[in-house]
Design a protein around this ligand. Structure first.
Ligand code: IMP
Length: 188
């Protein structure tokens, strides 16, 4: 759909930038407020819906929300829905993750992204995307954000931070979620 204007329920500027590239023609207006409700959901969908409902209180138009995370097999799926709260984003979170995995052979992990779009009429559309891979032994690369310097997707030798933002637009969990959302929107 062309020319869709939506409020984006996120304060994460990296995500906002990625979503803008993934939804060409859409105008995303970040809802930059201090009073977002706590993300108490047990699933990415529940947390995305909490953010979307908060956005609904602030606009009568389209509302887009996203929740995402990293699930590490050897950590029983942690940090999962708590990924943003695992440690301060960037180097501290990466260092904590590498520390927890030190000496472990199983490096399997996956990224998950869940998008929730509310229409002005109150309908809800969803899009989910995952990216399978493994946690590298050291941080490499400078693009992307969060755990990207240590996440190496299946079929690739490099980390997402080395593969870069162009790679992410085509292949990331968020790219897959955006494609699924656009497909749901075209059927609606
Ligand atoms: P939330 O969706 O705002 O709760 O935050 C999700 C967290 O998961 C981010 O703060 C990152 O730590 C992590 N995460 C989600 N998507 C990505 C990604 O594309 N790259 C790296 N880290 C990500």
């Amino acid at each position: 759909m062309d020319g869709l204007n939506a409020v984006l329920c996120s304060r994460n500027r990296h995500k906002a930038r990625e979503l803008e590239r993934l939804l060409p023609g859409w105008t995303l207006e970040p809802l930059d407020r201090e009073d977002y409700p706590p993300e108490t959901g047990a699933t990415y969908y529940e947390n995305a819906a909490i953010k979307a409902r908060f956005g609904r209180d602030h606009t009568t138009g389209w509302v887009l929300a996203e929740d995402s995370g990293l699930e590490v097999e050897a950590l029983d799926g942690r940090p999962g829905v708590l990924s943003a709260r695992y440690a301060p984003e960037g180097a501290p979170a990466v260092a904590k993750l590498l520390g927890e995995l030190e000496g472990l052979e199983n490096r399997r992990a996956r990224y998950v992204s869940e998008l929730v779009l509310l229409t002005p009429e109150g309908r809800e559309l969803r899009g989910t995307g995952t990216l399978e891979g493994r946690i590298a032994h050291a941080a490499l690369g400078s693009e992307g954000f969060g755990y990207d310097p240590v996440f190496a997707p299946d079929g690739e030798e490099l980390t997402v931070a080395e593969l870069g933002n162009g790679w992410k637009v085509e292949n990331s969990h968020r790219a897959r979620a955006a494609k699924a959302l656009l497909a749901a929107l075209s059927r609606a």
